[in-house]
Each structure stands twice: as structure tokens, then as C-alpha cells.
Design a protein around this ligand. Structure first.
Ligand SMILES: Cc1cc2nc3c(=O)[nH]c(=O)nc-3n(C[C@H](O)[C@H](O)[C@H](O)COP(=O)(O)OP(=O)(O)OC[C@H]3O[C@@H](n4cnc5c(N)ncnc54)[C@H](O)[C@@H]3O)c2cc1C
Length: 535
């Protein structure tokens, strides 16, 4: 399948960018921000001035000798396109006239190429930033050279494709640079599916999912991405590992897990082996309403603990429910109270229906009322669309960002309150009128993740104004016992908070592992392990 390049200063397929805000959204924003949002001019790619130099000629020649001259790119546009990820602060930075970019973009065509690039980088004192789909939202793709002379972006797009499908075992081996839609298309041809659908599905890569411990919208049914991984190959500066031998093993600590979440700081994942399943024969969408978020969350807990087996189950709070309805054009309904849950069951014929009935019985016994299944179908149709709206909002001077965390069911509401308060006071201090939306995005028998969306009229440099607000939220999350990230990862943005989660000893262990695998510290400096931590 043909893969397109993402918009350089925004999300997704450039042909799907919308200039105008939907009428319902404009109305809501005018009420929230106190003024009607206005569209500003966009910077042209040609007008971006890069503040970091191109690698010197000897570096380029050494890399070109390893991967071929066409696959070492130093042109302005390619460098800008690899200058960072796709968080809203990233996009704000992308829209600034002066910005930093990697000194070159290198596209290895084989695992041997990757090993050669790492060797050259270590010899020549260059940092290496692995680049999968480029959809990171926690800062792990910045051209940070650390103490090195320069940084290269290692774009893994040529390392793509299905290598093997073991239909008997339900296991597929892919090269790590394969984008998710390409992987699903290859599996679908053979009657299989992976079932990993994060909102970034259309552009993210399998290696990126493994490196970030991603979680997709169907996680209730098929698990997080790390639960799907049965094996990995990883090239590190000190050697290559081939990990994951059997579906269960007691051969010491599981090194596959060490590289899940390693975020390019320990090595380059070149191959991913994954659990896959037959394409579901049946699919049933449902929606339920609840009088309030607490009742809805408790109903989701009961479903998860009863194990009735939904593929998707998510609950929007009152504010998010209202906005979803407004976006759908039902402004009148936006004023109605309550929360909405969308539910999907899929699986073999007959099985999905019986699971659906079991889930519906638990939800209604817990206070839910069946609503039009069109709500769930509309969510499914539009589930990859929100990032396009974020771009249009940014063009209208409106900052929209998301953040997430997770905790146990018993602590869920305290965590939600702590995050909401941190956001509200932080944004008020920044002088920003705002709205905070929240949903339960992923569920487990013992707890759930909370996903927040913030829409704010941040004044001045929006990325700079957001920084202290985000820091306050991170403090609140760690103080309330939540995880610093349920699925967006650590990156550079959360690195200063990692010690609060894993302890000083935990951080020392990670540093020791990094020192063994990457003695020169060339792999993604500042990502995962905080700067100044000796890593
Ligand atoms: C609009 C939007 C929606 C999103 N929705 C979700 C969501 O629903 N669920 C979710 O989990 N995440 C989501 N994300 C975050 C992001 O898509 C995930 O973190 C994803 O796993 C990144 O994959 P990628 O291929 O784009 O990796 P990249 O962004 O290219 O890289 C991410 C990090 O992993 C490293 N890396 C990438 N490939 C490799 C490799 N092969 N070996 C070693 N290191 C590597 C990079 O150096 C970087 O540190 C979203 C992001 C955006 C912008």
C-alpha cells in the first residue's frame, strides 16, 4: 500500500487538513474562550530557518558508505520533517520561524545497516534518534545531541514489511519500521488481524509501539501492545539481541520486557514478533448513558472484573460527552446531563453476541441505560479524526492538548480530581480560559487509565505557557500515586518525573543497563533517562 508523508507542521494526511472549524465547535469555543477564534497565517516550510548545522562532509561520507548516498538526507525539508514529534507543543515549535533539526536523516535498509550506523555514530561522536512513524508526543524525537557533536535521525521506514505469518501459532513477524495500516493490510490478506488501534494508527510504526509500550482503543479485547509482543530483535551499540523464544518461559528475567518502553535509548528494535488473531466475524456496537462519571466508572469496573469480554469500552465524562454531541451538530443535546460509554464486542460468530449480552446485563444492573448505538458507530467512524481538529484549532490560536495516567479503581476519582485541579489552577495562573475533558480510555480488572483533553486560550508563546501547567500536572499525578504515563511514554517531557515512579535505585539500574548497551551514550540522549542522571 502507498504510504503518504504526514503534514510537516501538523497531523496526518495533508489532503485532509480542514481550514474551517465546525460550526458547533466554534459556538462552544466562543462560549469557553470569550471570543470567536480567528484563523492566522501559516508559516511555509521554505521559511523555516534551521538553527542546527548539517553534519560535516566526513560524517555524511562515512554514513553514505554504510547505507548508500541516497539514504543519507541533509536537505532542509527532510531535516524539518524529522525535527520532533506531534505533541501540541511540538506543533507550536514547528510553526516557529527558527527551529532545531537533526544534522542528517539516515534511512537504513537492513539490520546490518543499522548496526553499521550505530558503529559510525559511536566512532564519530554523533547521537542517534530512532524515528518510526514520527508520532511521539512526549518529546523523544527532538534533535538532542546531548554531549555529542551532532544528532542524526534514524528513519526506519525502509525496514518494513511482513516477514513471516505462522497461522498455526497465530504469530506474525514484522520489520520494525512497518506502519500499522500496512501491517493490518498484510494480515487481512491472510484472514488475520493484530487489533492495535491507537488514535495515531494511520502513521505510527510497530517498532514505535514496542518502544513506547503503546495502548490502542481495542485494548480491552486484545491487550496493550506490549502484551501482544512475543519476541524482538534489537541492535544496540554493543551487540544484537534476539529475544523471546517460547510463549511462556522461566528462563530468568524477561529481557523482551526490558526493551519494551526503551524509547530508542537502549538500541534500535529491528524486528517485532506479535500475537495475532483471526479477523473477527462479527462486530456489535452499543452505547450506554450514565447519570454521572462515578456511576459509569463503577459500571466499567464491574464489566472488567466480571470478564464479559468487550473489545472496546470507554466512558466520557459529562464535559466530553457534551463536546462529542456538539461536534456531531446536536447542540441542544450538548446541554443535556450525563456521561456516555461506547462499547464494541467482536469475535467469532455467536461468541461476540453472547459477550455483548453479558456486558449489557452488567452495565444496566450498574445504572446504565442503553442509548442509540449510532453514538458508538459515530465514535468508531471518527476515532482517528480528532488530531485534524487539533490542527485547525491551533491555526485559530486555540491550544488543545491531551495527557494521560492510570491507577487502581479505588484511587481513580482522587487521581481525576488531583489532575483536574492541577490543570485548572495552572491554566488560571497562565491567564487562560479553558475547558478540561476526561474519559476512561483503557480498563483492567484492577484499575483504569484516565485520558484528559485540554482546550485553552493560552496567551503568548503557547508551548512556553503550557510547560509550567504540565509540570504541575506531573507533580499532581505522582503525588496522587498515578503513573506518569499509561501509554504516551516517558520521552524527554516526563523523564524528570521517572525517579518518583521507579525510585532512585530503579533509575540506577536503568543507567547501568544503558551503560552496558550504549557506553558512549549515543542513543537518544535525554529521552527516558533524565539529563544529568549520568546516562
Ligand atoms: C494524535 C496522536 C494520537 C495518539 N494516540 C495514541 C494512542 O491512542 N495510544 C498510544 O499508545 N499512543 C498514542 N500516541 C502516541 C504515539 O503514537 C505512540 O507513542 C506510538 O507508539 C509512536 O510510534 P511511532 O512509530 O510514531 O514512533 P516514533 O514517534 O517515531 O518514536 C517514538 C519513540 O520511540 C523511539 N523509536 C521509534 N521506533 C523505534 C525502534 N524501532 N527502535 C527503538 N526505538 C524506536 C523513538 O526514538 C522515540 O523515542 C498518539 C500520538 C498522536 C500524535
Amino acid at each position: 500500500m502507498t504510504e503518504i508523508d504526514m503534514r510537516w507542521d501538523g497531523w496526518g494526511d495533508p489532503s485532509r487538513a480542514a481550514e474551517k472549524l465546525p460550526a458547533g465547535v466554534t459556538l462552544l469555543l466562543t462560549a469557553v474562550l470569550g471570543h470567536r477564534p480567528r484563523r492566522a497565517e501559516r508559516l511555509r516550510l521554505d521559511d523555516v530557518e534551521l538553527t542546527t548545522p548539517v553534519l560535516d562532509a566526513a560524517d555524511v561520507a562515512a554514513l553514505a558508505a554504510a547505507v548508500g548516498p541516497d539514504d543519507v538526507r541533509t536537505d532542509h525539508d527532510t531535516r524539518v520533517r524529522h525535527a520532533g514529534g506531534k505533541s501540541t507543543p511540538d506543533l507550536v515549535r514547528r510553526r516557529a520561524r527558527r527551529q532545531a533539526a537533526p544534522g542528517a536523516v539516515v534511512l537504513p535498509g537492513s539490520e546490518a545497516d543499522v548496526a553499521a550506523v550505530l558503529r559510525i555514530a559511536a566512532e564519530r561522536g554523533l547521537a542517534v534518534v530512532p524515528f518510526g512513524g514520527g508520532t511521539a508526543v512526549t518529546g523523544g524525537l527532538g534533535p538532542d545531541a546531548g554531549d555529542h557533536r551532532g544528532a542524526i535521525s534514524l528513519d526506519l521506514r525502509r525496514l518494513a514489511g511482513l516477514e513471516r505469518l505462522d497461522e498455526v501459532s497465530g504469530e506474525a513477524t514484522f520489520r520494525a519500521g512497518t506502519r500499522a495500516p500496512t501491517a493490518e493490510a498484510a494480515l487481512a490478506e491472510r484472514g488475520f488481524e493484530l487489533g492495535h488501534f491507537p488514535q495515531s494508527f494511520e502513521f505510527a510504526s510497530l517498532g514505535g509501539f514496542a518502544a513506547m509500550r503503546s495502548s490502542g482503543q481495542n485494548s480491552a479485547g486484545y491487550g496493550r501492545f506490549d502484551a501482544m509482543v512475543t519476541g524482538l530483535r534489537v541492535v544496540t551499540p554493543t551487540g544484537t539481541l534476539d529475544l523471546g523464544r517460547a510463549p511462556g518461559s522461566a528462563a530468568g528475567p524477561d529481557l523482551v520486557r526490558l526493551f519494551l518502553g526503551s524509547e530508542g535509548a537502549l538500541g534500535v528494535i529491528t524486528r517485532v514478533r506479535l500475537r495475532v488473531h483471526e479477523t473477527p466475524a462479527e462486530r456489535h456496537f452499543d452505547a450506554f448513558t450514565f447519570p454521572d462519571f462515578r456511576t459509569g466508572a463503577d459500571a466499567l469496573r464491574r464489566v472488567t472484573q466480571a470478564g464479559t469480554g468487550p473489545t472496546v469500552i470507554r466512558l466520557s465524562d459529562e464535559a466530553e460527552t457534551a463536546v462529542s454531541l456538539a461536534q456531531a451538530g446536536s447542540i441542544g443535546k450538548a446541554l443535556s446531563k450525563g456521561c456516555t460509554a461506547v462499547v464494541l464486542h467482536e469475535g467469532p460468530a455467536g461468541v461476540a453476541r453472547s459477550r455483548r449480552d453479558a456486558t449489557a446485563a452488567v452495565l444496566t444492573a450498574a445504572g446504565g441505560r442503553p442509548a442509540s448505538r449510532k453514538l458508538a458507530e459515530a465514535w468508531h467512524r471518527g476515532r482517528f479524526g480528532a488530531p485534524y481538529l487539533r490542527d485547525t484549532l491551533l491555526e485559530h490560536g486555540v491550544f488543545a492538548e491531551t495527557l494521560e495516567t492510570a491507577t487502581t479503581w479505588s484511587e481513580l476519582h482522587a487521581l481525576r480530581t488531583a489532575v483536574t485541579e492541577a490543570l485548572t489552577t495552572g491554566l488560571a495562573d497562565a491567564g487562560a480560559r479553558h475547558r478540561v475533558l476526561c474519559h476512561v480510555s483503557h480498563v483492567y480488572p484492577t484499575g483504569a487509565s484516565l485520558y484528559f483533553t485540554v482546550v485553552a486560550g493560552l496567551p503568548g508563546d503557547m508551548a512556553a505557557a503550557w510547560e509550567p501547567v504540565k509540570a504541575r500536572v506531573n507533580d499532581a499525578i505522582t503525588a496522587a500515586g498515578g503513573t506518569i504515563s499509561h501509554h504516551h511514554g516517558v520521552g524527554t517531557d516526563h523523564a524528570p518525573w521517572l525517579e518518583r515512579e521507579i525510585g532512585e535505585h530503579g533509575l540506577r539500574i536503568l543507567r547501568a543497563v544503558k551503560k552496558e548497551l550504549d557506553p558512549a551514550g549515543i542513543m537518544n540522549p535525554g529521552t527516558l533517562l533524565p539529563v544529568g542522571s549520568g546516562a
